[in-house]
Write a protein that binds this ligand. Structure first.
Ligand SMILES: [Zn+2]
Ligand SMILES: [Zn+2]
Length: 410
């Protein structure tokens, strides 16, 4: 019996990987200009890092982590990369470097989720983190970089949804307001909301449970909650962010109920949506997390970042055709074929051979399916130090000197 890939995991096949690479090359280019440097952190970390970093009250930590014991240590496959990047920032004393420190990452993440369309247990995220700047220009710069990147990979009709969750004191007041409004209907809400009521009441606002949504509707709870009242500093920060985005020509919509699934966000939170392929899809989420570095044992350090799921991004981008091989070398002399094939490759062209002594007609038949040109080097060509080049579209062919052929490839 053939062993199959695990539920919620997927092979990235060669055709798909061509597009992944296109996307990653764009990331490399756009992020380089914006002075983000790539970092790669281990795929497993101490479980404690995610409990403290992502937050004990989140679904990710409560339900979705792959945690195991090894030598009496509790280890977890990373469910996201921000906590790991913050750990690396602290472990390598990057807070002593010139700020901001701007990093980007790409790699697999792991969450034990019910596999459904677009949700994998092993999925890939690409993201940026920017440390050391509290000013709203950092938030605007990160958002702008994201928009530039998504435009570069061909996403259309991008829109940014924006909200501010304020600082701890703004949030505490907001939390009380939510609790007061929710308390009378609490017993009718879903189990998760009942739990969130004490751990993280803000999360009740984006509950996806139909019953909960209906109750919110009937009692006009969201209207009553309306929006977070920001303190003066947070309010200034938020309006500065909006004016920076205006200046950069980034269109945004304010969404007072955008809270994001993670505990660590402070002030700015945002999502970027694209209208590719019909429906509106959130491709990217992020925000500011001014307390996280401190929560993980470092000095107080403001930070902002975002992440995007590679599988989602891939599904929204146009696919390139798989390119033909440039030259297919045909010969019944395997060693001559091997030599010529690699001479062509050394001129930076894609070349392939048959690795056999099969009849030329068989070799040409194969070549015409996958290559643009056949390069024939039979006994007579070898004797004359020539090759015969055959255009596999129109089957025109010419015989030329072997050295002239090689030097003409560019
Ligand atoms: Zn505040
Ligand atoms: Zn609920």
């Amino acid at each position: 019996m053939i062993i199959k890939a695990q539920k919620g995991t997927k092979d990235v096949l060669p055709e798909e990987y061509i597009q992944w690479k296109n996307i990653l090359n764009k990331a490399d280019e756009i992020f380089k200009y914006a002075n983000f440097k790539q970092i790669s952190t281990p795929i497993f970390e101490a479980t404690e890092l995610f409990k403290r970093g992502v937050g004990d009250s989140t679904d990710i930590v409560n339900k979705e982590m792959y945690t195991f014991e090894k030598s009496e240590r509790s280890i977890t496959l990373r469910p996201e990369n921000t906590a790991g990047v913050v750990r690396a920032y602290l472990e390598h004393n990057m807070q002593r470097e010139i700020q901001p420190v701007k990093l980007w990452y790409f790699g697999p993440m792991f969450r034990y989720e019910r596999p459904q369309a677009g949700r994998q247990r092993q999925f890939h995220q690409l993201g940026v983190e920017m440390f050391g700047i509290e000013d709203a220009s950092a938030d605007a710069d990160c958002i702008y970089t994201a928009v530039k990147f998504f435009e570069a990979v061909g996403l259309k009709n991008l829109s940014v949804e924006l909200n501010s969750l304020g600082c701890n004191s703004c949030r505490n007041k907001f939390r009380e307001k939510i609790k007061n409004l929710i308390e009378p209907v609490l017993s009718e809400l879903c189990f998760d909301c009942q739990k969130r009521f004490s751990t993280n009441p803000l999360r009740i606002l984006d509950c996806k449970n139909e019953t909960c949504k209906q109750i919110f509707d009937e009692k006009q709870i969201l209207e009553k909650i309306s929006h977070i009242e920001l303190c003066e500093e947070c309010s200034t920060h938020y309006s500065q962010l909006k004016s920076h985005l205006d200046m950069l020509n980034v269109k945004y919509i304010e969404n007072p109920f955008l809270v994001r699934g993670l505990d660590y966000y402070t002030r700015t939170v945002f999502e970027i949506k694209s209208e590719n392929l019909g429906s509106q899809n959130a491709v990217c989420g992020g925000g500011r997390y001014d307390n996280l570095v401190e929560t993980l044992g470092g000095p107080k350090t403001p930070a902002v970042g975002w992440a995007v799921g590679m599988e989602r991004l891939y599904s929204l981008t146009e696919k390139d055709n798989v390119k033909n091989i440039d030259y297919f070398v045909i010969s019944d002399n395997i060693s001559e074929a091997l030599k010529l094939t690699n001479e062509i490759r050394n001129r930076n062209k894609t070349a392939e051979m048959d690795y056999s002594k099969r009849k030329f007609t068989k070799q040409i038949e194969k070549a015409s399916k996958i290559a643009d040109f056949a390069v024939i080097i039979g006994e007579s060509e070898i004797a004359k130090h020539t090759i015969t080049i055959k255009n596999l579209k129109n089957f025109e062919q010419t015989e030329i000197d072997r050295d002239i052929f090689i030097s003409s490839i560019n």
